[in-house]
Design a protein around this ligand. Sequence first.
Ligand code: SF4
Ligand code: MG
Length: 326
Amino acid sequence: SGELLRVENLCKAFPLGGGFLEGKKRWLKAVDRVSLHLEKGETLGLVGESGSGKSTVGNLILRLLDADSGSVRFEGVDVTRLKGAELTRARARMQVVFQDPQSSLDPRMTVGNIVSLPLKILGLAKGGELRERAAASLAEVGLGPECLDRYPHEFSGGQRQRIGLARALVADPAFVVMDEPTSALDVSVQAQILNLMGDLQARRGHAYLFISHDLTVVRHVSRRIAVMYLGAIVETAPTEKLFETPGHPYTRALLASVPVPDPAQRRNLARLTGDVPSPVDLPPGCRFHPRCPEAMPCCASVEPPRVELSPGHMAVCHLHNQRNTP
Ligand code: SF4
Ligand code: MG
């Protein structure tokens, strides 16, 4: 084992079209000082409501978007600074599977060409070898060689997500971003894809950043979980720790919205109320304070500290900082 990826203080803001306020351009802080790390071969779940910035974090790590500031150290190299051939080489080691296989697979290309495209782009294979390696990668996800000359629309949603996985894995990456890979699928098909993801990881040893709004799904696949709210990570913990002793009121509220078999367990959990504030006009102090059932006077003005509650368990909240408690 060992460290594969370390993201530090990653920031990304998007200008709002025509959004001038008092003569100043307005910005949407999609990702605000995000830090996280991944060990080789592990799965980190990144969970949050839609619009929390999870996909933007994935896209920044993959350099599908350029960060405003911060660093992404991958296999010892800061990929935010790479250009040309070096960037291409780093990209060969990082792949992605998107939520909607319908739109992420080019409908005019055969499955064989889709799956082998990363090899072609990276110059890792050519000619007949492209087809052979596409067939081998398809076999790993449970699809036969008869699929090579067919088109994406001839497949079901679950099969298309298998094709997406075959493409992601064909160049033998060390890291794969799974961006809501099962959100568009039926529950039974979801389980098959999640199990397949696990089998492939056990065989090949790549790491996943698993992005989802669904804590139940994230729990199923992740060794550790990071919780995002309005562009920032508010809690990170080993999976069972997060469920047993959540340290952030937002995590507790998220857990309260997950169905549990025993209703008595939900008794003390706060329910989320109020609208999600806009990341354009972030509230001062703690970004969660307008919705937080445990808010204290200082929360509206003082930014909460990042506190380590136990090894690997971190929460950004005044509740854990005696000095700031009024
Ligand atoms: Fe709630 Fe205050 Fe903690 Fe923010 S810092 S989550 S408002 S208790
Ligand atoms: Mg998303």
